[in-house]
Design a protein around this ligand. Structure first.
Ligand code: G3I
Length: 328
């Protein structure tokens, strides 16, 4: 049986999101098929600096150690976000932070994290995650970073990261990246940064996709549009849900055969597209190794699974895996 990383060795790195738990339970599967790791949660701000000046790198460092022991590289995720960020970053004692204080918190966090990992095998960092508004005319979503600092918090984050590690490829990462309306907004943001000379080197397409949506044409258009900026692309958080997010049914304990067949066809078509654009795509990361554990087991409905990955709940290859590895 061929492995994912062998099948794709001439195309791109094959990554997986992990945490200390999955490394322990699914380590063999992860070692066998993947050559890049992204920490699913443990390099987010609340995990690395829960209190001002108190850095807790232990769990994140386990992930780095696992990568090195197994000859893998890492994608850092994420330096700045509106979620999973400790409250103190937006405060100055018990008052709201001023612009200067919030910028200082952001800068010191970015510097400490990039400094801590400066000798480790990272090939990219998500500097900013999901800042675009999904709907409406505004380009940026509301967030404490934005309301305290102003819209330029985005460029400041890239500048701080570049100053801290001038050789590190820096990424903007977002979801719904293939929907035409959001695609245009992401393009506008990233092009604006590039035009201003802000150090940004790539776009992360999260790729939380489903059986129907987005269409292949929309994905192709998104890839072409972002690549036209002369930036590298990473597929950063891929999964293919069998239920869409509007479907709140909880009474189905197993997906139908038809759903699994459709999922395999979708995975096949997506990876075919990625191979076609492999000149631009440097890595493809799945947001979990198998259906046993992944964030969609509880989202958007608690207790319902979504069977979104390439391996099943016993970590055995699914039809989807066979399809994406049997192209040559
Ligand atoms: O750590 C606590 C634990 O102490 C507690 O017992 C448990 C009870 O619910 O919760 C644990 O925290 C959870 C955390 O994952 C760690 O498992 C949070 O509730 C839960 O909200 C959190 O979810 C993560 C989510 O980001 C939060 O924003 C998912 O695991 C993670 O897969 C997901 O990843 C994001 C990417 O970073 C950005 N793009 C979207 C993607 C999917 O939502």
């Amino acid at each position: 049986e061929i492995t994912l990383k062998e099948a794709y060795k001439n195309y791109f790195k094959i990554g997986v999101a992990v945490n200390p738990n999955t490394l322990e339970k699914d380590g063999d599967l992860i070692k066998k098929h993947f050559n890049s790791l992204t920490p699913e949660n443990h390099m987010k701000p609340e995990e690395l600096q829960p209190k001002e000046g108190e850095f807790t790198f232990e769990k994140a460092d386990k992930i780095v150690a696992f990568a090195k022991e197994n000859d893998m590289e890492l994608r850092g995720h994420t330096l700045v976000w509106h979620n999973q960020t400790p409250e103190w970053m937006f405060k100055d004692g018990d008052k709201e932070a001023s612009r200067e204080v919030a910028l200082k918190h952001m800068k010191e966090h970015i510097e400490a994290v990039l400094e801590h990992y400066s000798k480790e095998p990272f090939y990219a960092w998500d500097v900013i995650n999901e800042v675009i508004a999904d709907e409406g005319d505004e380009l940026l979503r509301e967030s404490p970073w934005r309301s305290i600092i102003g819209d330029d918090y985005v460029e400041k984050a890239f500048e701080f990261a570049h100053a801290a590690d001038p050789n590190m490829p820096l990424y903007y990462n977002d979801y719904n990246e293939s929907h035409p309306e959001k695609r245009e907004k992401i393009y506008k943001l990233v092009k604006g940064l590039k035009d201003k000379g802000i150090p940004i080197h790539g776009v992360g397409l999260q790729a939380h996709w489903g059986l129907e949506d987005p269409s292949l044409d929309n994905i192709r258009e998104a890839i072409e549009k972002y690549a036209s900026l002369g930036l590298k692309l990473h597929i950063t958080e891929m999964d293919v849900s069998v239920f869409n997010f509007e479907d709140r049914r909880t009474d189905l304990s197993k997906p139908t055969e038809e759903m699994m067949k459709k999922q395999a066809e979708r995975y096949d078509a997506f990876f075919k597209l990625f191979r076609e654009y492999s000149e631009h795509i440097e890595s493809v990361t799945l947001w979990a190794a198998s259906d046993r554990y992944n964030w969609l087991n509880d989202f958007p409905v608690r207790g319902r699974k979504n069977w979104p990955m390439l391996f099943d709940t016993e970590n055995q290859p699914k039809e989807s895996f066979l399809r994406v590895t049997s192209f040559n």
